[in-house]
Design a protein around this ligand. Structure first.
Ligand code: GLA
Length: 384
């Protein structure tokens, strides 16, 4: 892996967005991009103020924007169609809630958003656990701020976008996805402390690669499974007498007066937090076998304790581990489907990708896709 060079959205995606803008609205827009992400380890820990280890990837949402004279915020998504965002938020229950929520949060924060024309294009797979929604929110927020002439740090953008998702989309997510999409660093994973909201960058050793394989099972995180897990974690913390599970340890969880389901959830969180540090250290020391093993443990914990995997992602992770050059594999993201992430020797990565796609097709009867990702930087304005 080339760990230093920064990575931009593909020229073809940028051209598509520019062409659509010209055809629909005319004129030359400003362009902003924000990446999707992988999460190496640290799943379902962010909303308990724990630790996570994500990295931004070379899959992007690109937003083109130009102020108009009409006062309306007209948004054309190449994947979903066109809407005119109401100035007063009204939940529609579809993709438009993301830009509408971002616009509502910025307005509440005092940003004076002008009428503008917007085109959004993205090559971040949707529903696959690689944060297509955070990429959309963050690139759209940066674009609106640019159009409004309002300066904001990437960190501030991340906070606003999380609020948009919590308060307007109705998904009680933590900060991980927006944080990494806004602040990712090329060639590095970020070990994020979700209490202090600070991070340490850890270089991904050259010679290692990450492979994302889509199970094609789609989650509906707004539909309750995610919120139920979060509620279990809050119950555990309350029962143990701590603010959040970040403040609990194994002894407290094993000896505390928790019901069995809640104890399992808490055990996952406490051990997963420890795995973030161990995996970060393993990467620093370039010990991929150990990092891979920790990823396998994370999957098992998500399967048996946190209970957010599904038979398809269990099978994919198990298959991936059999392949030459693969050190470990786990389901990634909110869960209930989505993608599996494998840590692999860079020279074996493309062969492993072809092989896992072939095996999944013969086992599940569907042709999936996989990609080897490069580790990108966070949100930015693109120059022409
Ligand atoms: C989703 C949420 C994140 C995080 C993960 C699980 O991606 O948006 O905040 O909770 O699930 O680790």
């Amino acid at each position: 892996m080339d760990t230093k060079a920064d990575i931009h959205p593909p020229a073809q995606l940028i051209r598509q967005v520019e062409k659509a803008f010209k055809e629909r609205f005319d004129g030359a827009p400003r362009l902003f991009s924000a990446p999707g992400r992988i999460n190496i380890v640290g799943e379902h820990t962010d909303y308990s103020e724990g630790w996570v280890l994500p990295a931004a990837i070379d899959r992007f949402c690109v937003t083109a924007i130009r102020p108009n004279q009409s006062g309306a915020i007209r948004v054309l998504s190449l994947n979903h169609g066109e809407v005119s965002l109401p100035r007063q938020f009204e939940r529609r229950g579809d993709w438009a809630d993301y830009p509408a929520g971002v616009s509502a949060v910025l307005t509440t924060a005092g940003v004076d958003i002008p009428g503008c024309d917007v085109v959004i294009g993205s090559d971040v797979p949707e529903g696959a656990g690689v944060s297509s929604s955070a990429a959309l929110e963050v690139s759209f927020a940066a674009a609106l701020l640019g159009a409004a002439g309002h300066d904001a740090t990437p960190f501030q953008i991340a906070r606003w976008c999380q609020r948009a998702e919590n308060d307007y989309v109705g998904m009680p997510c933590g900060i991980m996805d927006q944080y990494i999409s806004a602040q990712g660093a090329a060639g590095h994973a970020l070990q994020i402390d979700c209490r202090s909201l600070s991070h340490t960058a850890i270089e991904i050793p050259p010679g290692l690669a990450f492979l994302v394989i889509d199970s094609l099972v789609r989650h509906q995180l707004v539909d309750g499974g995610y919120a139920a897990r979060r509620a279990d974690c809050e119950t555990a913390a309350r029962t143990l007498g701590v603010t959040v599970l970040r403040d609990a340890d194994i002894d407290m969880v094993t000896s505390g007066d928790l019901d069995e389901r809640v104890r399992k959830r808490a055990l996952h969180v406490v051990q997963e937090n420890a795995r973030v540090f161990e995996t970060g250290d393993a990467l620093r020391r370039n010990e991929p076998a150990l990092a891979g093993d920790l990823m396998n443990q994370s999957h098992e914990s998500l399967q048996t304790l946190f209970e957010v995997t599904c038979p398809e992602t269990d099978a994919l992770a198990a298959e991936a581990r059999q392949l030459e050059g693969v050190y470990g594999a786990r389901q990634m993201g909110g869960g209930f489907g989505g993608a599996v992430l494998a840590l692999v020797d860079a020279p074996s990565a493309h062969t492993a990708q072809e092989e896992i796609v072939r095996r999944y097709e013969s086992a599940a009867g569907v042709r999936t896709s996989g990609f080897v990702c490069r580790i990108a930087g966070g949100v930015r304005e693109l120059s022409h």
